[in-house]
Design a protein around this ligand. Structure first.
Ligand SMILES: [Fe+2]
Length: 262
């Protein structure tokens, strides 16, 4: 007998080679592809893919039966970063969470009304970022500082900062915890300013990521599976149009990857 979860999983596995996703995650920290548009089956496609890779993560305010976020770009001031018109900037998701989902999945169901270069993804493997940092004196200083000095992170002004290393050794390699606005907010809360040494080290990380970045236009069917530890991602400026349908992405998250050795 097939359960609905089996059917969903099979549907996803048929369309995307899960082994390819795993191999790309190990090699680059992210997997990017163009999947056939799923139309009305987009929700089950992306959830099925996430489910075939690992354990689903349920964000706050999400239905546990279908833990998806559907983006809806807006100019509202308190919108989530992924819904704002401006670029998000280099980051891994859930940077302020002690125990954060290992993977984020993004599936584009509607492109930006001005075309795929708007709302495009920028992607950088952490391994490449670390290599680029190691190539310069300032970069090496940043590596040393960010590997040894915990920094305060705050997602919002009403949240107490939490101290984390930006560069953290993980079982699988060097991990990065990065989202500039959260660290800047944490610094303001703790120091009343952003200390120059911290600002300089974080700028080195962004500069290194810019150097090694791959830019991927997002079209209907574009799919991204990215590690929140071993890759940085960014979404460039997107359009807020009153006349034309706005870009829409489905987001879901994998708490833990199912590993053969586990
Ligand atoms: Fe993100």
């Amino acid at each position: 007998m097939h359960t609905s979860a089996d059917i969903i999983r099979k549907a996803a596995v048929e369309r995307v080679e899960v082994d390819c996703v795993r191999a790309a995650l190990e090699r680059d920290g992210y997997y990017v592809a163009h999947a056939a548009p799923q139309r009305e089956r987009s929700d089950s496609f992306i959830l099925g893919l996430a489910h075939s890779i690992g354990e689903l993560y349920v964000p706050i305010d999400c239905d546990p039966a279908a833990p998806l976020i559907r983006t809806a770009p807006t100019r509202k001031r308190h919108a989530a970063p992924f819904d704002r018109p401006n670029a998000i900037g280099w980051h891994g998701d859930f940077a302020t969470y002690e125990d954060r989902p290992e993977l984020s999945l993004v599936y584009i169901t509607r492109p930006d009304p001005r075309g795929g270069d708007y709302g495009a993804w920028r992607l950088a493997s952490v391994e490449d970022v670390v290599t680029a940092l190691g190539a310069t004196e300032d970069g090496r200083a940043a590596l040393g500082f960010l590997s040894s000095t915990p920094l305060p992170f705050s997602y919002s002004d009403d949240e107490d900062p939490r101290q984390f290393l930006v560069i953290e050794p993980r079982r699988e390699g060097t991990g990065l915890r990065f989202y500039l606005p959260s660290i800047q907010r944490g610094c303001i809360a703790v120091y009343g300013e952003i200390p120059a040494q911290i600002a300089a080290a974080l700028a080195q990380v962004e500069h290194a990521a810019d150097e090694v970045a791959r830019v991927v236009p997002t079209r209907e069917g574009s799919l991204l599976v990215t590690s929140n530890w071993f890759a940085l991602h960014d979404r460039v400026r997107q359009t807020i149009s009153r006349k034309r349908a706005k870009r829409e992405a489905l987001l879901c998250f994998v708490r833990r990857i199912n590993r053969a050795a586990d």
